[in-house]
Design a protein around this ligand. Structure first.
Ligand code: ACO
Length: 371
């Protein structure tokens, strides 16, 4: 009997990402996430996920240049964004705008591998521009032209804030992007693979993934975490909050995971970043409150924080608007989604499971007047 939510079901094979939930180990294409978070950068990680190896110097330079040259949005896409409601949900905006990119991509329906890699480069390069432009438009700020140098993290912060970002912010954002890049058959990646397996185009598969990431049980949890921290407001109020949550059987966002039954290795790095940023920026309150919540939830419920818990305070201290946290997750996870879509296309079979039927049987049709 399959457990609800396909728990523990192995639904396919992949060489991209290995999650060991018992031991808390996360590996991208053979490399431990701790090694990558400490020594690599997001651009290298994208290359690794797509091509199965770390790039050499010339491959890296060519790859970064392709990403840098594809950051600009088509004018029609920008004009569309200008007509959108300023109070739109940023994930709705992202999903709709990524869908629109396909209309202006001459290779949108071209299904060979080279074309799909070109599209993956364009969509990965343009998602940060979409998110930053949406934020500028809703705040009546000018839209700066993306730079043709620098990494994704620095360009995104530049477009978002309109000023050159400091080194600490760029480094923190870059590590956060590495940590969120892929996670095996999580809900949004599975959605992308199911779509890709019909041999629909890459954009359609990415749109399915963005819609799936939006949910509060998945990527949407990070913005719920910061709302909770702000609502609690003070470390002395943490205990009362925790008691209220547990006594009323509520869920606390940013805790628990379908696969990890020990510490999520990504939370380890984000916890350190939250602490360091708090100390450097004189805002230790968010880390202190988070740590106290973590200790209580672990003690009382045996639940560990997931990737969304400490990323919330990190993004908050970086000055990022709360409702952009989930879009930023997408800005990173696009690398994993596209890696899985490419892998699915390379060895495809339609994904079409069965359902156990639990409905009525042998009913006889009755004419509408006699019901
Ligand atoms: N707070 C309180 N209790 C929890 C939490 C939580 N965050 N997570 C799990 N539990 C409890 C459940 O109430 C349940 O208890 P019960 O058996 O007494 O009813 C038990 O732990 C199992 O929980 P499920 O929800 O059945 O676990 P599942 O594997 O289906 O869900 C999930 C995993 C969705 C991540 C869940 O832990 C959750 O809702 N967490 C909060 C949302 C969140 O942080 N999502 C981000 C996940 S990471 C990511 O997607 C990037």
């Amino acid at each position: 009997m399959i457990k609800a939510g396909l728990e523990d079901v192995v639904a396919g094979s992949s060489s991209i990402c290995d999650v060991n939930g018992k031991e808390g180990i996360l590996v991208y294409q053979g490399y431990n996430i701790h090694d990558l978070a400490q020594n690599s950068n997001f651009e290298e990680v994208i290359y690794l996920l797509w091509f199965g190896k770390l790039p050499n110097e010339s491959e890296y330079a060519t790859f970064c240049s392709a990403l840098q040259k594809n950051r600009k949005l088509n004018e029609n896409v920008i004009n569309f964004m200008k007509t959108c409601p300023k109070d739109a949900n940023p994930m709705d905006m992202l999903r709709t705008t990524v869908s629109l990119l396909a209309l202006y991509d001459s290779q949108a329906q071209d299904s060979d591998r080279e074309a799909n890699i070109s599209k993956a480069i364009r969509v990965t390069a343009q998602i940060p521009t979409i998110i930053a432009y949406f934020n500028c438009l809703r705040n009546n700020k000018p839209l700066l032209s993306p730079k043709e140098d620098g990494n994704i993290a620095s360009n995104f912060l530049y477009l978002l804030n309109g000023v050159e970002p400091d080194e600490l912010s760029v480094k923190s954002m870059d590590i956060a992007l590495i940590l969120h890049a892929d996670h095996e058959l999580n809900a949004s990646t599975f959605a992308a693979r199911v779509a890709a397996a019909t041999l629909t185009d890459l954009y359609s598969a990415v749109v399915a993934a963005i819609g799936t990431l939006k949910g509060p049980l998945h990527g949407g949890a990070n913005q719920e975490v910061i709302k909770t921290l702000i609502e609690i407001g003070d470390i002395n109020k943490v205990d009362a909050f925790i008691h209220d949550v547990f006594n009323n059987h509520k869920k606390i966002m940013g805790f628990g995971h379908r696969v990890y039954k020990t510490e999520d290795p990504r939370a380890h790095h984000l916890r350190i970043m939250s602490k360091d940023l708090g100390q450097k920026l004189g805002q230790s309150k968010w880390y202190d409150m988070s740590k106290k919540i973590e200790d209580s939830v672990l003690k009382e419920k045996g639940l560990y924080p997931n990737v969304d818990f400490y990323s919330a305070s990190v993004y908050y201290m970086l000055g990022i608007p709360m409702d952009l946290y989930t879009p930023i997750f997408a800005m990173s996870r696009i690398s994993g989604w596209t890696a899985h879509i490419l892998e699915q296309y390379a060895n495809n079979r339609l994904i079409r499971p069965r359902a156990e039927y639990t409905g009525a049987k042998n009913l006889k049709y009755a004419a509408i007047k006699s019901r």
